[in-house]
Design a protein. Structure first.
Length: 113
């Protein structure tokens, strides 16, 4: 099942959702600010993305700049920071089977659907 980790207030996330809707494929919407992924779920997503946890962080967010930017964090600490502050998670993320992409730009999503 295709899943989109979505923030309705984000223009890029809405573009990704529109692309999925236009594809005609079935998918599940996860509003990750309301249904926050667990640390294990987030680690699984990061593994599917084949990136380091820091690459999933929205480094322009105020909370990152104020609370984390100056610290030397382990991968586990970065994941925990994203779970504790889900606004830090880059969006949208689309997963399908053992693959995932960050939908920036939205066209990235077509690679896995």
């Amino acid at each position: 099942m295709i899943k989109i980790y979505h923030n309705p207030r984000c223009r890029k996330s809405r573009e990704g959702l529109q692309l999925l809707e236009n594809s005609g494929k079935e998918f599940e919407i996860v509003k990750y600010l309301e249904n926050i992924p667990t640390e294990n779920e987030l680690k699984e997503i990061i593994q599917k993305l084949n990136i380091a946890p820091i690459e999933l962080v929205r480094k322009t967010e105020k909370i990152w700049k104020e609370e984390y930017k100056a610290k030397k964090l382990t991968d586990n600490e970065i994941v925990k920071a994203m779970v504790d502050n889900p606004k830090l998670i880059e969006r949208p993320i689309v997963t399908h089977n053992n693959q995932a992409v960050i939908g920036r730009p939205a066209e990235n999503i077509t690679a896995i659907i």
